[in-house]
Design a binder for this molecule. Structure first.
Ligand SMILES: *Cc1c(COP(=O)(O)O)cnc(C)c1O
Length: 411
């Protein structure tokens, strides 16, 4: 089936005895039972059912099943935010003294989280170049995982998933990827060897900026060595499912980052049009990037703009179905020109998020990167004159006209 067909039908379980086309919103904190025996059985996993929304909720489960199916996963756990997804995905198996390798130029919030990890005794090594020879040199016996963004935000660097997964697996390490900016429409990282896929579903999956949320999808394929990953040892009887079982039953439930049922419902609605929106957004982004790159004085970064068949360009073709994603960045030459351009735009909303149906713009330097060092900022491709554009579904001609007039008035 095609992606849009799948997003309407795959992982969808219609409620028994109900004709509802969408899952009911079970906006409750707890579930009542006829008798004590049944509640005890639910707690002990002897009967199916839901007891308390922090530990499970039917509307949230419906979202988890659908996103897991779309990502070719074995199972998923939804979280209160994308940051909750990243922190819980890693804390589910890391212990004090462990180290991880992460791609350079990560989302600012993730860099901030990794700084906090230092307090817990977890060290993060950054690698701007993810080739095996470079990673080989960084590797220590304490490195327990590799974390990368599929299309980095906002450096817009595309990770070669297959080659990175091969490196990881040759060293018995799991590969975790943040695929927020790619979405399952552009790529299923599990098919390229990734073991755990993470999304901030606050962005493209939700699609209209109405809810904060995240999700962790487990491929169920990684062969955990329980002596190397003692945090998962108590779940060793579940073998390759140990990661997901510990996440659901222990770390996610205890850290308390559950998703609101209402937000899960909003995400299900979003998922059903993800393919349509992404196709339009990516085509718009490509057209806008091409048009703006012709304006003298602007410097546009968009993965498909590279020289024909350069590495990034080829990765768009082999990994992202020929698309270059929905984000582009441009530089104007100065902070003043950047602010003037942004303030002259009529169609773009000045906002800090991405993945909306409307076009969003921001100067990320002293906003998104406020808490990062200059070095971290530059590694993420952010300078004081950078504008990040999260392209929406407006008509491409209108966007081109608006950005052209704004740039011409500022440059
Ligand atoms: C937004 C974002 C996050 C964080 O997600 P929240 O839902 O805001 O917590 C993580 N990674 C990437 C790439 C993002 O764009």
């Amino acid at each position: 089936m095609g992606f849009v067909t799948d997003s309407l039908h795959k992982g969808v379980r219609h409620e028994k005895n109900s004709d509802a086309t969408l899952p009911p919103i079970c906006q409750v904190s707890a579930f009542g039972f006829q008798d004590m025996e049944t509640l005890e059985d639910v707690f002990n996993g002897k009967a199916a059912g839901f007891a308390y929304t922090r530990i499970g909720n039917p509307t949230v489960a419906a979202f988890e099943q659908r996103i897991s199916a779309l990502e070719h996963g074995f199972g998923a756990v939804a979280t209160s935010s994308g940051m909750a997804a990243i922190s819980q995905a890693l804390l589910n198996f890391l212990s004090t003294g462990d180290e991880i390798i992460a791609s350079g130029g990560l989302y600012g919030g993730t860099i901030q989280l990794f700084t906090l990890f230092r307090q817990l005794g977890i060290t993060v090594h950054y690698a701007n170049d993810l080739s095996s020879s470079v990673l080989e040199k960084i590797l220590t016996p304490n490195v327990k995982a590799v974390f990368a963004e599929v299309i980095s935000n906002p450096a817009l660097k595309i990770t070669d998933l297959k080659s990175l997964a091969d490196f990881c697996h040759s060293h018995s390490l799991p590969l975790l990827v943040d695929s927020t900016t790619a979405t399952p429409f552009l790529v299923n990282p599990i098919d390229f060897g990734a073991d755990i896929v993470i999304h901030s579903s606050s962005k493209y999956i939700n699609g209209t900026s109405n809810s904060i949320s995240g999700v962790i999808i487990d491929s169920g394929k990684f062969d955990w060595d329980f002596d190397r990953y003692p945090a998962l040892k108590a779940y060793s009887k579940f073998k390759k499912m140990a990661y997901l079982m510990r996440l659901r039953k222990d770390s996610w439930a205890s850290l308390g980052g559950c998703l609101s049922p209402f937000n899960a419902y909003m995400n299900i609605i979003g998922l059903e049009t993800l393919g349509l929106r992404m196709e339009r957004i990516c085509n718009n982004a490509h057209k806008l990037a091409l048009a703006l790159s012709k304006i003298p004085g602007t410097n546009v970064n968009y993965p498909l703009l590279g020289i024909e068949n350069d590495e990034q360009n080829s990765l768009c073709k082999t990994q992202l179905k020929g698309f270059g994603g929905g984000i582009l960045t441009l530089r104007t030459g100065s902070r003043e020109k950047t602010f003037k351009t942004i303030n002259s735009l009529k169609l773009a909303t000045v906002a800090s998020n991405i993945g909306d149906v409307r076009t969003l713009v921001i100067a990320p330097a002293k906003t998104l990167y406020l808490h990062n060092t200059e070095e971290e900022m530059h590694a993420a491709g952010v300078y004081e004159d950078t504008i990040r554009v999260s392209v929406g579904i407006e008509d491409a001609e209108d966007l081109i006209e608006d950005f052209t007039q704004a740039l011409k008035s500022a440059l």
